[in-house]
Write a protein that binds this ligand. Structure first.
Ligand code: K1U
Ligand code: ZN
Length: 170
């Protein structure tokens, strides 16, 4: 099922999410819906708070051409980050049509629980590393615009408020 994606500003996007712990049928259904919603958008990642669920679940697939490579991460943690940083022009499905350069560690090691309840650990580089950090930020109530200066952030927030007013009017 495709779930509606919340648009910034929304208090649910600013709230730190709660740990999941045990994998339940509800978590498996949430992950399936999130993957469907991400592919439909389309996007390369999605975090549970973006569909209004403040639990620590993210999905990602940064393969643009070729067979899909979906990853579901429950309770993900960055356990190591490289000293070298990279700049990527980020977007966000909760901040449509707005892009800005964000500097982050170029490589990260992430540990998470998979849908079989097994703990996984993997190193990510390139867009995968940027996306994993962007999604884990969502779980901590942080958006990519929080890395920008106050003027740019305010300008984007005002555009999103206008977009939401227009969408509400229909
Ligand atoms: O979390 C999100 O809002 C998803 C976001 C993830 C992301 C994108 C770029 C850098 C870091 C994190 C998106 O997927 S925005 C859409 C996007 O990047 C895209 C859409 C279609 C094809 C390829 C990329
Ligand atoms: Zn985002």
């Amino acid at each position: 099922m495709i779930r509606p994606i919340l648009i910034h500003p929304d208090p649910r996007l600013k709230k730190p999410c709660e740990a999941v712990g045990e994998i339940t049928p509800e978590i498996r259904a949430l992950a399936a819906d999130m993957l469907e919603t991400m592919y439909d958008a389309p996007g390369v990642g999605l975090a549970a708070p973006q569909v209004g669920v403040t639990k620590r679940v993210v999905v990602m697939d940064c393969i643009k051409d070729g067979p899909p490579e979906p990853i579901v991460m429950v309770d993900p943690q960055v356990v190591w980050a490289s000293e070298d940083v990279t700049t990527y022009e980020e977007g966000c499905l909760s901040i449509p049509d707005q892009y800005a350069e964000v500097k982050r560690p170029a490589s990260v090691r992430v540990a998470w629980t998979d849908l079989d309840g097994l703990r996984q650990e993997r190193d990510f580089t390139g867009l995968w590393a940027t996306c994993a950090q962007h999604e884990i930020d969502h779980l901590d109530g942080k958006l990519f615009i929080d890395y920008l200066g106050p003027l740019k952030r305010q300008m984007i927030t005002r555009k999103m408020e206008k977009l939401k007013r227009e969408r509400a009017r229909g």
